[in-house]
Design a protein around this ligand. Structure first.
Ligand code: AMP
Length: 583
């Protein structure tokens, strides 16, 4: 397919905020896309080159893009920088400058989606000597052949900032409409209205597509299977080394509510304050993933060993919490002590001695070729108890209690807190595992007020002794289409020195590569970094796009283990706002 066709779709998608219209545009496009193109086109539509769990990253800095624009247009770097300062958007800069160049050179090749995709993907595979030059060559080759609008979207894809508003929900629905629209008698009437012959039929096909997505976390393989047929789609299965989205818990206020949600008796477990690890094993190979679906096998060699030595089975997928503990006293550490291990690429052994973790396994999703997510929780729990040899401070099945007695739970809760844990979990004995869903059959109870997980979308360079650090961070929550909505600015809770916790310097190091544009002291950032935030109160506010503002927000943790798409939703913010008014 010609890249220009895709670019025209990007433009139309960018022009509308209406979810139904976006879905319609996408579904019509998918219908006309050929089988051999569909996989890479669905990735490009999301501004991606790889499924989210793939370790490969594009890894192109803004500086390199400036140079590539310079090579392909002949315009000086200084001039390009000036333009960049004006608009703050390198995509627009490329569009404008390519326009000017095109008035001089009239000739260019027609770019195909496959060519764009291949060149961009090659960038991720480059390593070693001469890498920068090769990257420049690959980007410049595309820019030289591109029309102005094409240049804009190539640059935005490179920066992982496509901004055409294709959320998971609209893409899933578009695949349903494109593949089964006829079967469900779907008619698109207007941007606010569709007609379908049967809601039940619609839900049936939507569930089939959703299931395939939950198991793969990759819309490109889902769309490809759907193109082949219903059978192929239904045959998509869970696979080892392809991480699943984790199941999330709702919060309850007390033990009574916990039992109301999960029934009596229920399984009650320690809720450890660590981070989630999904363990995949096949034969001798083991891979570890965070709940962001990022691979962290290299960062946690001791966990790989614990699993190898103490868990029976040829192949399995386990769900667990890695909890950090003080190697001297054995007491659990709060999450922030071990958070630095998640990204660490060097001194791994030293880190594992200083900040050891204990793997607490609480679920199993796959065992020796069998998908277990529909089995009852109790059966899954019994299986892990059989497979795992408990080795405290290394690996164990998470501490639990199956009971219907509120008094016993009260004691268990207190024990859990005094052991340094965050609280307890309630789990319904006959419940399935629902990947990616926040469910009411697994709930959490903890003493502190609900914190928010927010994404940093902007910041300001500090002044005085903080001149080299970013400070005053603009925070955002997310809506159901994946748009980030601002909810306030935060400058407290970050430390001056890294020994005391997450420091300005550490945050600056995380955020600097994400700078999209700068104006004066203000910078706009790619929404990638999630932090956990405490606050005094939520207020209505016209100053932020969410319509809300946090009073006295304060950072508690840098959550490198969380993906921006799983940050707190605007619905949660609204619920908390109305909840606090009731009190
Ligand atoms: P929260 O982060 O407050 O939404 O709580 C949910 C998180 O608690 C999960 O994502 C896990 O990382 C963690 N967790 C700790 N202990 C358990 C447990 N026993 N069962 C399930 N999740 C747990």
């Amino acid at each position: 397919m010609e890249y220009l066709n895709l670019v025209q779709l990007y433009q139309k998608l960018e022009e509308t905020t209406k979810r139904l219209e976006k879905t319609y545009l996408l579904s019509e496009f998918l219908k006309t896309t050929k089988k051999e193109d569909i996989a890479h086109i669905v990735l490009l539509l999301q501004g991606k080159l790889f499924p989210s769990w793939d370790e490969r990253k594009i890894g192109v800095a803004s500086r390199l893009i400036l140079k590539a624009i310079n090579i392909s247009t002949g315009i000086t770097i200084e001039k390009i920088e000036q333009e960049w300062k004006k608009t703050g958007d390198l995509g627009l800069v490329a569009e404008n400058l390519v326009t000017r160049k095109k008035q001089v050179t009239l000739f260019s090749h027609q770019l195909s989606t496959q060519k764009v995709f291949n060149n961009l993907r090659k960038l991720a595979g480059l390593e070693g000597a001469g890498t920068v030059d090769k990257k420049l060559q690959l980007i410049a080759e595309l820019l030289t052949s591109s029309k102005p609008l094409e240049a804009k979207y190539i640059i935005r894809t490179l920066l992982e900032e496509l901004r055409v508003g294709v959320g998971e929900g609209s893409l899933r629905d578009a695949i349903v409409w494109a593949s089964f629209g006829d079967k469900i008698g779907l008619k698109y009437l207007s941007e606010n209205k569709i007609d379908i012959s049967s809601r039940e039929e619609y839900n049936h096909y939507a569930a089939i597509v959703q299931r395939a997505y939950d198991l793969t976390n990759d819309f490109s393989s889902v769309a490809e299977a759907a193109k082949l047929g219903l059978k192929e789609l239904e045959e998509i299965e869970l696979a080892v080394f392809r991480p699943l989205k984790v199941m999330l818990a709702l919060k309850v206020k007390d033990i009574k509510e916990g039992f109301e949600r999960c029934g009596k008796p229920a399984d009650i477990e320690y809720k450890l304050d660590g981070f989630r690890i999904q363990v995949h094993k096949q034969g001798n190979k083991i891979k570890l993933f965070t709940r962001r679906l990022e691979e962290v096998t290299l960062q946690f060699p001791e966990v790989v060993e614990y699993v190898k030595k103490n868990v029976k089975g040829d192949s399995f997928i386990l769900d667990s919490e890695a909890a950090g503990f003080n190697p001297k006293t054995g007491k659990y550490f709060p999450f922030q002590h071990i958070s630095q291990r998640i990204r660490r690429k060097y001194d791994i052994e030293e880190m594992s001695n200083k900040f050891p973790v204990e793997l607490n396994v609480f679920d199993i999703l796959y065992y020796n070729g069998k998908n277990l997510i529909k089995e009852d929780f109790q059966k899954r729990r019994e299986l892990i108890e059989k497979l795992i040899t408990n080795k405290p401070k290394k690996i164990q099945v998470v501490t639990n209690l199956i009971t219907e007695d509120e008094k016993k739970v009260e004691k268990f809760y207190k024990d859990s807190l005094s052991a340094g844990n965050e609280g307890i979990m309630f789990k319904k004995l006959d419940s399935p595992y629902k990947p990616g869903a926040r469910v009411g059959h697994m709930v959490k109870m903890k003493p502190v007020m609900e914190t928010l997980d927010l994404v940093i979308v902007g910041a300001e360079w500090g002044t005085g002794k903080r001149a080299n650090w970013l400070s005053s961070f603009t925070l955002a929550c997310i809506d159901e289409d994946g748009n980030f909505l601002e909810i306030g600015k935060m400058g407290t809770g970050i430390k001056e020195k890294s020994e005391e916790g997450t420091s300005f310097e550490q945050l600056t190091d995380e955020l600097k590569p994400l700078i999209l544009s700068e104006k004066g002291r203000e910078v706009k950032l790619k929404p990638k970094v999630v932090i956990e935030v405490n606050y005094e109160e939520i207020q209505k506010s016209p100053n932020y796009s969410s319509g809300y503002a946090l009073r006295f927000p304060r950072m508690i943790n840098l959550r490198l283990d969380r993906h921006p798409s799983e940050c707190s939703t605007i619905t949660l913010v609204e619920d908390l706002y109305y909840g606090q008014k009731k009190k």
